[in-house]
Ligand binder design. Structure first.
Ligand SMILES: [Zn+2]
Length: 176
């Protein structure tokens, strides 16, 4: 009995679980569930379907080539039972699983660090841009405010003056 990976999402399929589909050309597909089988029947490509391992590997989100994957490799050479070999293998499985999970964790941490650095760079760029525009705006506002302050009293005067002048003119005309 083997733990086979799902043909679509690469999830491990334990004995007694999943669906096996043998195509006309004798190629065997194993699916972890109806979701993967339906997606396969829809002729979807695992690499283009976001939730599959194939997609995650292609996007650099998973460990790709690692020596710990060698343990699970299919070996077509039959091995004669050997108690010592079995014992060392069982111990090796635990050790290798530990090493792989540590490496996966490290990979994730590294990935997140890169993502955070990228995000921070973007944020600082945005902040710098915002700061630059903010610096420009107060200057403009200050200039505009000063202009307005300078403008306002003369404006009123200007507005009132012509009227007064007109009135004066009118008065002058009437006086004449
Ligand atoms: Zn699946």
């Amino acid at each position: 009995m083997r733990i086979e990976p799902c043909s679509f999402c690469s999830k491990p399929i334990y004995p007694g679980h999943g669906i096996m589909f043998v195509r006309n050309d004798a190629r065997i597909f194993r699916f972890c569930g109806s979701k993967c089988r339906k997606n396969h029947n829809l002729k979807r490509q695992p690499k283009k379907t976001a939730w599959t391992k194939a997609h995650r590997r292609a996007a650099g989100k998973e460990l790709m080539r690692d020596s710990t994957f060698e343990m699970e490799r299919r070996r077509n050479r039959p091995v004669r039972y050997n108690r010592d070999l079995m014992e060392t293998t069982v111990h090796a499985i635990r050790r290798i699983n530990k090493i792989r999970s540590d490496r996966e964790q490290r990979h994730h941490v590294q990935r997140m660090r890169e993502a955070v650095a990228k995000m921070n760079a973007k944020e600082t760029a945005q902040q710098a841009k915002a700061a630059a525009t903010h610096q420009e705006v107060p200057e403009e506002i200050r200039a505009a405010a000063q202009a307005v302050q300078n403008m306002v009293p003369p404006k009123k005067a200007k507005i009132s003056r012509p009227k007064q002048a007109q009135k004066e003119k009118v008065m002058v005309e009437r006086n004449e």
